[in-house]
Design a protein around this ligand. Structure first.
Ligand code: SF4
Length: 142
């Protein structure tokens, strides 16, 4: 039986990105993932109750704020808790999450200035999953 892998839904081609698009992986990488794992898609920002499309958001000052200045910390935390619940309910120990995202990013995220600058850090969901022992990697590891 294949292990389950939690995957950012936008990497699988779901149009849940803030601008209504996706971050679909190339076909060859998707096929390899499907052969190796049972894929479980998750979009924490949608799970947290945010619409698609939506204004982009970034982490800063201990919270998450949209480019329009809206405090969306509660929605990001709710989405992260939902992703963790899904992972724990299904016994998932590994996640492949979209790099640099304020939810899914692992290792680097945007700095909160909406200038495209990256800084060390994790997205809200990646941080929570890691804190519960789930191994998180990004798409460039494929
Ligand atoms: Fe993709 Fe994660 Fe952003 Fe959803 S929250 S669109 S899964 S990067």
């Amino acid at each position: 039986m294949r292990d389950k892998l939690l995957v950012s839904a936008c990497l699988l081609g779901l149009c849940c990105k803030y601008d209504g698009g996706s971050n679909r992986l190339p076909d060859d990488k998707l096929h390899k993932l499907c052969e190796s794992y049972e894929l479980i898609p998750v979009c924490p920002e949608a799970y947290g109750g945010l619409t698609t499309p939506r204004a982009p958001s970034e982490r800063r000052d201990g919270g998450v704020f949209s480019s329009e200045g809206r405090d969306v910390t509660v929605q990001f935390k709710k989405g992260a808790e939902a992703a963790l619940y899904l992972a724990e309910t299904l016994g998932i120990r590994k996640a492949l999450l979209k790099e640099n995202s304020p939810s899914c990013g692992s290792g680097t995220i945007y700095d909160g200035s909406f200038s495209g600058k990256l800084i060390p850090g994790d997205g809200v969901t990646a941080e929570l999953l890691k804190a519960h022992g789930i191994e998180v990697s990004g798409e460039s590891s494929l």
